[in-house]
Ligand binder design. Structure first.
Ligand SMILES: O=P(O)(O)OC[C@@H](O)[C@@H](O)c1c[nH]c2ccccc12
Length: 257
């Protein structure tokens, strides 16, 4: 079963005629004591949900901006455990859905069963595990489904059509359409084949399709969202939080809606 609060938050934006904007932030960048405030701020700015990164020592899919944020968070002693504990402290006050983005290793160390249980008890709505090994997928997805936590799948431009259809059919919450080849990070332009890729995924998926990787302006966001349901914005927002450019973040989200 997918997560109802997440499904509803995304559907509400679409019904209001808006694009779905999901900012990515690194948990513990700037300290975990500001996490609650950041989530509230992003919600007020118009975000439908937040993708919350767990810092990890070997972040293979992260670009330089997210890697640096991860290093800062690790210096603050941020871990999967401390992030879950922090979410627990304001779980009844939070209404914006939270999607944890974590590599598989921290989950493996934590224990798959304990991870699913603790995510459920602190109200995590969805999970993205970019390097989940195929052999582990069934086991971990089933444990999360027991608690109605959505497993958001990633589609890549390099995947063959059969594989894309399979991923699009199985995803929960939304489909994360990786819209560049390579790692995360801001880019000035997306390839010309992105449009047809997103349109193809829209046809295949029963859940909303969100484009991510390299979105750094509201113009780009709206252009990509014209062929799907919205976008994920990571590096630009991580960078601006670090620099204290709070108003710029608000404008970026509002102008992307
Ligand atoms: O930073 P960008 O280019 O705006 O892209 C989002 C991305 O950072 C975020 O979703 C993310 C961070 N680390 C990841 C690892 C895999 C997939 C996705 C991610």
């Amino acid at each position: 079963m997918s997560n109802q609060a997440l499904d509803k938050a995304l559907a509400d934006k679409r019904q209001a005629g808006k694009n779905i904007i999901v900012p990515y932030i690194m948990a513990g960048d700037g300290g975990l004591d500001i996490l609650e405030q950041r989530l509230e701020f992003l919600q007020e700015s118009g975000a439908a949900a937040v993708e919350l990164g767990i810092p990890f020592s070997d972040p293979v899919a992260d670009g330089p901006t997210i890697q640096d944020a991860g290093q800062r968070a690790l210096k603050n002693d941020t871990s999967l455990t401390s992030v879950l504990k922090t979410l627990e402290t304001f779980k009844d006050k939070r209404s914006i859905p939270v999607i944890l983005m974590t590599y598989f290793n921290p989950i493996y160390v934590y224990g798959v069963e304990a991870f699913a249980n603790d995510c459920a008890s602190v109200g995590v709505n969805g999970v993205i595990i970019p390097d989940l090994p195929m052999e582990e997928e069934e086991h971990i997805v089933a444990r999360l489904q027991d608690h109605a936590i959505s497993s958001i799948r990633l589609a890549a431009m390099t995947s063959p059509e059969r594989r894309l259809a399979d991923i699009a059919g199985r995803t929960e919450g939304f489909l994360y359409a990786v819209s560049v080849k390579g790692t995360t990070g801001t880019r000035s332009a997306h390839g010309s084949n992105v449009q047809s890729y997103l349109q193809q995924l829209k046809q295949m998926a029963n859940a909303p399709v969100l484009a991510g990787f390299g979105v750094s302006s509201s113009e780009q966001a709206r252009e990509l969202a014209a062929d799907c349901d919205g976008v994920i914005i990571g590096s630009r927002i991580v960078d601006w939080f670090h620099q204290g450019k709070i108003d710029d973040i608000k404008q970026l989200i509002q102008n992307s809606l």
